[in-house]
Design a protein around this ligand. Structure first.
Ligand code: FES
Length: 91
């Protein structure tokens, strides 16, 4: 089932079936920092403001409360995320 992803101060979209949240963001041309894309490094962290996500595999990286690793999770409900300024890729 597809859920709505709302990006704070951005817009909302529906990820395609099978996409990780990071892939879905990239499809919408929302570029964020990442490295491993497998839950090891923690580089891709964003804030989860509402809703639930599920991980394909429990990530190895430490995930602080209120944060998620979009490289290896998918929305399990409609979610709202905020991408910290430090995570945004510029040009
Ligand atoms: S890119 Fe490494 S944990 Fe997401």
């Amino acid at each position: 089932m597809t859920h709505i992803v709302k990006v704070m101060d951005g817009f909302s979209f529906m990820p395609r079936e099978g996409q990780s949240l990071l892939e879905a963001l990239e499809s919408e041309r929302i570029e964020i920092d990442y490295q491993c894309r497998q839950g090891f490094c923690g580089a891709c962290q964003v804030d989860l403001l509402s809703g639930d996500v599920a991980y394909d595999q429990e990530p190895v990286a430490f995930v602080p409360p209120g944060r998620i690793l979009p490289c290896c999770c998918r929305a399990q409900s409609d979610i709202t995320i905020e991408i910290p300024e430090s995570q945004r890729k510029t040009g």
